[in-house]
Write a protein that binds this ligand. Structure first.
Ligand code: NAD
Length: 352
């Protein structure tokens, strides 16, 4: 018998090829008449496409989103919100652009439509991380939860193969940690197992043919499920390590998740039998940590933190930081074992 509490976040999800075409109707449904469209500089073309679809209801395009949601960029966007009397935002892009939309919603309570183009999953979480003076702080508040998510597979066809793989494994990490979360529950477990299965089966097909719509759609479906897991239950060692490593050594987000996940899972495996059973079903009874390490290798993804630019001297620093603030983890944090986990990830060794 398993007692649990289940909290669901409201989400209107529109899923399918060509669903971007519904952005105008969705904006109208939310009563938006002066929309600010957000993107990174690299995805400005997608933002302009959204602006065209919104027609007279688009107030402006802000293609200035950047990694780690710097407060200075948000303040620049907020000036546009005020000067153009913006009454809603549409974010088109990955976690960085979604983060800017959330940062605007945090300050203004404006409604958001999000059109994700990676597998990071931020669009279905009430979590926001922001950076000021080099320090990243994270908070959880329903204020930042987008009102509508439009998953249009067509926008993911151009996601470079390397980022597709690491972003997909970033999604898997949310589900893995949800499977052993302290506040886990059977509903999230179902989503987590199904989410990992969808991503793991789709990534090899995407690497073989990045234009494979079926596989891309499967990956997006998995990313949604895994993102929902991240937004619903608490995360543990893996996310703490990635947050610490990313912030301290300025490592890339999705790649860091890809390298660390097999090691963090191996660390927690002895204390997480139900998670291991669920993952073993996905990986056809193979050791899940080893299977994830092999998957990354087979798909050409990075497997060593040193290849991402982390110095060897950082292993001890990262260990200290990971142990500094007490937080819940299924297996108690023992210094030598955590250090060994980080050292193996640094060197790119198989999980031990
Ligand atoms: P990203 O948003 O930084 O995108 C990386 C690059 O890929 C950008 O240049 C972007 O424009 C480009 N790109 C995105 N989609 C593309 C596409 N389909 N085709 C071509 N180029 C494309 O990367 P990410 O991994 O999605 O997001 C990482 C950020 O999101 C981190 O800051 C992380 O902390 C945050 N995040 C937050 C949450 C949350 O719940 N708050 C969850 C996951 C990630």
């Amino acid at each position: 018998m398993r007692d649990f509490v289940y909290n669901a976040h409201p989400a209107r999800v529109i899923f399918g090829s060509g669903s971007l075409g519904q952005v105008g109707d969705e904006a109208q449904r939310l009563g938006m008449e002066r929309v600010l469209v957000l993107s990174t500089p690299e995805q400005k073309r997608s933002a302009e496409q959204v602006a065209e679809l919104l027609g007279k209801f688009c107030a402006d395009v802000f293609p200035g989103a950047t990694m780690h949601t710097p407060v200075a960029v948000t303040e620049e966007a907020m000036e546009l919100v005020a000067s153009k009397k913006v009454d809603g935002v549409v974010a088109v892009g990955g976690g960085s652009t979604v983060g800017l939309g959330k940062a605007i919603a945090l300050r203004s309570d404006l409604p958001q439509i999000v059109i994700p183009t990676t597998y990071a999953g931020s669009e279905v979480t009430p979590i926001i991380g922001e950076t000021k003076d080099g320090l990243k702080t994270t908070q959880t508040t329903p204020k930042v939860l987008p009102e509508v998510v439009i998953y249009d597979v067509d926008l993911t066809l151009g996601l470079p193969t390397g980022l597709s793989v690491t972003s997909g494994i970033n999604a898997v990490a949310h589900a893995v940690e949800a499977l052993y979360a302290k506040d886990g529950n059977p509903i999230i477990d179902m989503m987590a197992e199904e989410g990992v299965r969808a991503i793991v089966r789709s990534l090899p097909a995407i690497v073989q043919d990045p234009g494979n719509r079926e596989a891309r759609s499967d990956a997006q479906y998995g990313a949604w499920l895994c993102g929902t897991c991240l937004g619903s239950v608490g995360m543990s060692l893996h996310h703490k390590l990635c947050h610490t490593l990313g912030g301290t050594f300025n490592l890339p987000h999705a790649e860091t998740h890809t390298v660390v996940l097999p090691h963090a899972l191996q660390y927690n495996a002895p204390a997480a039998p139900r998670a291991i059973d669920a993952l073993a079903r996905v990986f056809e009874e193979r050791d899940p940590a080893r299977a994830l390490y092999d998957l990354a290798g087979a798909l050409g993804a990075p497997r060593a933190l040193r290849d991402l630019g982390m110095p060897e001297a950082g292993i001890d620093q990262a260990t200290d930081l990971a142990l500094a603030n007490a937080y819940w983890n299924p297996r108690p944090l023992a210094r030598e074992a955590v250090r060994a986990c980080i050292a193996a990830a640094w060197a790119g060794e198989p999980p031990q």
